[in-house]
Design a binder for this molecule. Structure first.
Ligand SMILES: O=C(O)CCC(=O)C(=O)O
Ligand SMILES: [Fe+2]
Length: 388
């Protein structure tokens, strides 16, 4: 399969991306690494993390199991890449899903819908969508709620999709609980003092994909990039330092955490496909249901009400959420002073259309997810597929 494709002219990453994105016939997944099956693949090795770096109490505050219990792995050929198979306490994923759907899209954070909607309509996407998502599906094709049209949210230093930069002039407070979660995971992985300064949240529908790119806009690449996934599963492709290097395919399931650090920090990667989570797999919608975390541990996170959880479950039945957390500046560092004539605080922030990087620098820097219906078009359109 994938390996035999590498001979011909088209670059290997693109070819493998297309292979996994293909709908008809669906691809063969036999070469895809599944970390939830442990060291079944001869390329996967158990990784001992720094269990002293995070106390069980601190971990439980953000919904993490004690780090000695985490199943962490390294992947042959990818030093610095760490895969942690769902380190969350039962029920704790629901907190993060609710945050990603209800809280993080709110102002002053920035989202794709701000580009073509009146600010009064992007103020509270949850409030506008919750009733429709709570109602039982009517059977016929229903108009999409605004929440279902959400594709990305930026936090902290807001990523500028056009210039592919962060700026000292466009920053809002980074959510404290997500800062804590990232700090603890990074500490366990050998990066104490990780300072979450920017977040990019991607919201994938069942036909979405994320193009081949490298996350290089952060100014300090010695700090890791952390990725948290919830909801439906995905195929993640991890390649090399060159765009055409052949990638390795792996499944990412709900609750999984990936850390790109050291020599893996600047590797090309992509998400060609969202896959329905296997029945019985503890996706966010079954990980404790509406209950939130068991009451025996303290948490920095507000419990999720049953009402809210109904909305989250309906949303997640056909969607995947990925939160990447980045440290933009080195410890104690600031943004370099721009030459005076280039200082245009905020006015020069032209937030993208839904997938602006496709228009400007395709296949290179960080992009937002693309919907299936528009994968070959310059400007992304709303997806045509309905909820599963
Ligand atoms: O969705 C994912 O797993 C990857 C997201 C990503 O690569 C990014 O946001 O830069
Ligand atoms: Fe990325």
């Amino acid at each position: 399969m994938a390996t035999s494709m590498l001979e011909s002219g088209e670059d290997a990453f693109k070819k493998i991306f297309k292979f996994y994105k293909r709908r008809n016939p669906p691809p063969d997944y036999s070469e895809v690494i599944d970390f939830s099956k442990g060291t079944q693949s001869d390329k996967v090795f158990p990784l001992k993390l720094d269990s002293a770096a995070v106390s069980a109490v601190d971990g439980s505050m953000v919904g993490l199991r004690p780090s000695v219990e985490w199943s962490a792995y390294s992947l042959q050929g990818f030093p610095g890449f760490i895969f942690i198979s769902d380190p969350f306490l039962g029920g704790a994923q629901s907190f993060w899903v609710r945050q990603a759907l209800k809280s993080y899209p709110q102002k002053p954070n920035v989202c794709n819908l701000d580009l073509h909607m009146d600010p009064s309509h992007t103020q509270d996407l949850w409030a506008q969508s919750a009733d429709s998502l709570r109602a039982p599906p009517a059977g016929k094709r229903e108009p999409k709620t605004v929440l279902e049209r959400l594709r990305w949210v930026t936090l902290g230093y807001h990523y500028n999709w056009e210039t592919k930069t962060y700026s000292a002039h466009h920053v809002t407070p980074f959510p404290a609980e997500l800062h804590l979660l990232a700090n603890q995971v990074a500490s366990a992985c050998g990066f104490p003092g990780f300072n979450a300064q920017a977040g990019i949240l991607n919201y994938y529908r069942s036909d979405s994909s994320l193009g081949i790119h490298v996350d290089q806009s952060e100014l300090d690449h010695s700090r890791p990039l952390l990725s948290f996934s919830f909801g439906q599963s995905a195929i993640f492709l991890l390649g090399g330092l060159q765009r055409q290097d052949p990638p390795t395919a792996m499944f990412v399931h709900s609750g999984d955490v990936m850390v790109m650090s050291g020599p893996s920090r600047l590797l090309y990667h992509a998400v060609p496909r969202i896959i329905a989570a296997a029945p019985g797999r503890p996706t966010a919608d079954s990980g404790g249901g509406p209950l939130g975390p068991p009451p025996e541990y303290s948490s920095a996170l507000e419990p999720v009400s049953e009402q809210d959880w109904t909305v989250c479950c309906r949303y997640l039945s056909g969607s995947r959420i990925n939160m990447t957390v980045r440290q933009v500046l080195g410890p104690g560092k600031n943004f370099p002073e721009p030459p005076t004539e280039e200082v245009h605080p905020d006015q020069d922030y032209n937030p993208p259309q839904e997938s602006p990087t496709e228009q400007v620098h395709p296949d290179q820097d960080h992009q937002s997810p693309q919907d299936g219906a528009s994968s070959n078009k310059k400007r992304k359109q709303e997806p045509s597929a309905c909820l599963d």
